[in-house]
Design a protein around this ligand. Structure first.
Ligand code: ACO
Length: 382
């Protein structure tokens, strides 16, 4: 047997016996329980979503975003709970004015939350009051950027409106259409919370270090910006424009899958059944006065996509997800597709901040292990 140490330099690291790491590993942490939470049940098998026990369909049909956010923060249903917009503080406006007009609205929103946090001296642990103020501030900040990038001056929020209506009012500079405000409110409710998705996990990790709520939401916005998470609805619109007519749908879907592409608005890490948020938002979209012209195309294309996915991916139950009909609602209320991800972020503020509050209550640093797969005990060249 060769003595390997004989050829090594005198000051070389002695080889260390390393036992193989046989602990289970799940890529993407799929199937791993990362937290216990009493906030939402996402039942992927039965297509059920409950916020604090209440079904999403009832909340969208009968609740307000203010009531739902309050429910997520406090755990109880308080009918008539209010949440009105907060004006944008001067330092935030000053920074938003410095951004290039073509900055991504998600970058603008993340920047605004960061500057807001710098002005607030937020204490730890986060509280429902901090959550309420941050959730009420962000729509005003995004609307201000929405105007600045078009060369328009921001307008003050109408403090009598709820958040969805005030967001539209601050974007357009005019009182919001009641039906559009209600449709956007329904979207806000459907998007408010969804368990331990990537952005919520990011928020919980940051809060677990005893960092403040604004930092947690900045991190969450960064995670949501990725096209596999919050970027899908904008791509649903361009996808439908590309398909153009129902006659081209089947060939387009088959070609996309043959090219290993993804059909936006379909598939989900958790849902194997139809996403209940998609069902609720489809109803909202179909009832809108200003139906986007491609909504009928979207409904027809959905059937084709579901049929072809079932045929070509038989081992995987790929169904419509929330983003498909979110795109219809957001386009219908007059938002441009590049605002869709940031508008989703506004809705998700309630869930992110509720999770931060819950995580802080646990006060346990999140720090998973990794399995090292690199080289061992190398020596730098002499
Ligand atoms: N179109 C075509 N094929 C798909 C789709 C899709 N939309 N979604 C999954 N698949 C296929 C994959 O190609 C893969 O097939 P293979 O096993 O033959 O290679 C299989 O299904 C499993 O895919 P994964 O990426 O492993 O599934 P995962 O659970 O990690 O992905 C995800 C979930 C990212 C949402 C995926 O379904 C997707 O990319 N969808 C399109 C983007 C989208 O709509 N995102 C919004 C999600 S909802 C939200 O974040 C709020």
């Amino acid at each position: 047997m060769t003595d390997v140490t004989a050829a090594r330099p005198l000051n070389a690291t002695p080889p260390v016996e390393t036992a193989p790491d046989t602990r289970p590993y799940s890529p993407g942490m799929a199937g791993v329980i990362g937290a216990e939470s009493a906030i939402a049940l996402v039942d992927g098998t039965r297509g059920r979503l409950l916020y604090r026990g209440y079904p999403i369909g009832q909340l969208v049909a009968r609740g307000t975003y203010a009531e739902v956010a309050d429910l997520l923060w406090t755990g109880e249903w308080h009918p008539g709970a209010q949440l009105h917009p907060e004006p944008v503080p001067a330092p935030v406006l000053a920074v938003l004015r410095l951004l290039p007009q073509d900055a991504h609205p998600m970058d603008a929103l993340r920047t605004a939350v960061s500057v807001w946090g710098a002005t607030q001296k937020l204490s730890w642990p986060p509280t429902p009051e901090q959550a309420r103020r941050l959730t009420a501030f962000s729509p005003s900040a995004l609307a201000a950027f929405g105007r600045l990038r078009r060369g328009l001056e921001p307008v003050e929020p109408d403090l009598s409106l709820d958040l969805a209506g005030a967001f539209l009012q601050q974007l357009t500079g005019a009182p919001p259409d009641r039906a559009a405000a209600r449709a956007l409110e329904a979207y806000f409710i459907a998007g408010a919370e969804h368990g331990l998705n990537a952005s919520t996990f990011a928020a919980r990790v940051i809060t677990s270090t005893r960092s403040d709520l604004a930092s947690a939401v900045c991190g969450a916005i960064g995670a949501l910006k990725g096209p596999l998470h919050g970027g899908a609805p904008a791509e649903v619109v361009s996808q439908l424009h590309e398909i153009g007519s129902i006659d081209h749908a089947e060939a387009w879907v088959r070609q996309t899958i043959a090219d290993h592409g993804r059909i936006m608005g379909f598939g989900h890490r958790v849902y194997r059944a139809y996403d209940p948020r998609a069902a609720a938002l489809r109803q909202v979209a179909e009832a809108m006065d200003e139906r986007p012209e491609w909504l009928d195309l979207a409904i027809a294309v959905e059937d084709v996509v579901l049929r072809v996915l079932a045929e070509l991916k038989p081992g995987r139950s790929l169904k419509t997800n929330v983003e498909y009909y979110a795109a219809a609602v957001l386009e219908g209320v007059g938002l441009t597709p590049d605002l869709f991800p940031a508008t989703f972020a506004l809705a998700r503020h309630a869930g992110w901040t509720a999770h931060s509050i819950e995580q802080a209550g646990l006060d346990k640093l999140i720090r998973p292990d990794l399995r090292y797969t690199g080289p061992l005990d190398r020596d730098l060249p002499v």
